[in-house]
Design a protein around this ligand. Structure first.
Ligand SMILES: Nc1nc2c(ncn2[C@@H]2O[C@H](COP(=O)(O)OP(=O)(O)OP(=O)(O)O)[C@@H](O)[C@H]2O)c(=O)[nH]1
Ligand SMILES: [Mg+2]
Length: 70
């Protein structure tokens, strides 16, 4: 199986966690916690470590999906 990696990076609220939740075949590793900085004014939860999910394409290509904190 070929392995590939995609890293989603971008500012708070750009949809990194939402994208990985949508794409991942299995329940993703999810590190949303209550925001205690200025993020709170935009949304209640924010990624504090890394998101991680996987997709398998045609049974031969595995895509590892990583999401950074904003
Ligand atoms: N309109 C619209 N809203 C979206 C879409 N995708 C995500 N959102 C919304 O945009 C916000 C994105 O939130 P997250 O996915 O937590 O964003 P994030 O980039 O992971 O943010 P941090 O982890 O805080 O850096 C949520 O309120 C989503 O419901 C989209 O395709 N269209
Ligand atoms: Mg996030």
């Amino acid at each position: 199986m070929n392995d590939y990696k995609i890293i989603f990076a971008g500012p708070v609220g750009s949809g990194k966690t939402t994208a990985i939740n949508t794409l991942s075949d299995k329940a993703p590793v999810y590190t949303n916690q209550s925001a205690s900085d200025m993020t709170w004014m935009r949304k209640s939860k924010t990624t504090v470590a890394m998101d991680y999910g996987t997709m398998v394409l045609d049974g031969v290509e595995k895509i590892h999906l990583y999401g950074t904190p904003g």
